[in-house]
Write a protein that binds this ligand. Structure first.
Ligand code: NAP
Length: 239
């Protein structure tokens, strides 16, 4: 049966790859993000491939927007959140704490606002899937914000799986994946980073958005999976 899936952050990167996979099997896709132009472009690509797709402008860092969407959205089967790939890095002593808070406001508090205000729109048997990141369990100097934000999100997923049960709540934890998240880098620096990553990982590969998308479908489809954090990181966490 056709499922309706809301993908917040779905205009680009991993979220868009999830949209493409779900659309291919006939799902009705609703893409959400902050920029109408990007959303429309992504929607048109899905529609050109024969999918039913629409979009809604939403900034999850602003709780009132999630609250409003929670009032007007038609019921959905699944919600996927991939929003919020940016976070300040660098030495803790010089870290921009305001920017760090803004990153938390989007990815951590934004995901929780979605869980609070939109989970009631998920039909029985449906899922909420959040996105963390492999740095949650790595101690790499200069990445305090990503590490703490993703670790907090992974803990939250387990709490939500219990408190919002029987709704199934999971997280996908990506390793380094080539997406628009790195579009501010020069092409040369980006290629070097990707090549170095592939060289050092047990999988001998950097992540592609499609690799990650398969993980979201796994947690959506498997009725025995909840409170799980699924690592798809090429072995980055193998010690
Ligand atoms: N790529 C990696 O190497 C990697 C590694 C570990 C974890 N992750 C995680 O994977 C997730 C997806 O990242 P990605 O690589 O696919 O990045 P991406 O291509 O930059 O996707 C992020 C999407 O989120 C949207 N977004 C940003 N802020 C938002 C907000 N406040 N409200 C609603 N939408 C917002 C963006 O669109 P607008 O700007 O138009 O709103 C964009 O479409 C992120 O949580 C990221 O931290 C990625």
């Amino acid at each position: 049966m056709t499922q309706r899936t809301l993908i917040i952050g779905g205009a680009t990167g991993i979220g868009f790859a999830v949209a493409q996979l779900l659309a291919k099997r006939g799902d009705h896709i609703i893409l959400a993000g902050r920029h109408q132009d990007k959303l429309q472009y992504a929607c048109q690509q899905l529609q050109a491939a024969g999918a039913k797709a629409e979009n809604v402008v939403l900034d999850i860092a602003d709780e009132t927007q999630s609250e409003y969407l929670g009032r007007v959205l038609e019921p959905v089967d699944n919600i996927v959140v991939t929003a919020g790939s940016q976070a300040p890095g660098g030495a803790f002593t010089t870290l921009d704490l305001k920017a760090a808070q803004q990153a938390f406001d989007t990815k951590f508090w934004g995901s929780l606002a979605v869980a609070r205000h939109l989970s009631g729109k998920i039909k029985p048997g449906g899922t909420l899937t959040l996105t963390s990141g492999f740095l949650s369990r790595r101690t790499v100097p200069g990445t305090l914000v990503k590490t703490t934000m993703n670790a907090a999100l992974e803990s939250a997923v387990k709490m939500l799986a219990k408190e919002l049960s029987p709704l199934r709540v999971n997280a996908i934890s990506p390793g380094l994946t080539d997406t628009e998240a790195y579009s501010a880098m020069t092409s040369e620096a980006r290629q070097q980073m990707l090549a170095r990553t592939a060289e050092n990982l047990p999988a001998r590969r950097y992540g592609r958005a499609e690799d990650l998308a398969k993980g979201y479908l796994f947690v959506i489809d498997n009725p025995f999976v909840t409170g799980s954090v699924v690592d798809i990181e090429g072995g980055a966490l193998v010690n």
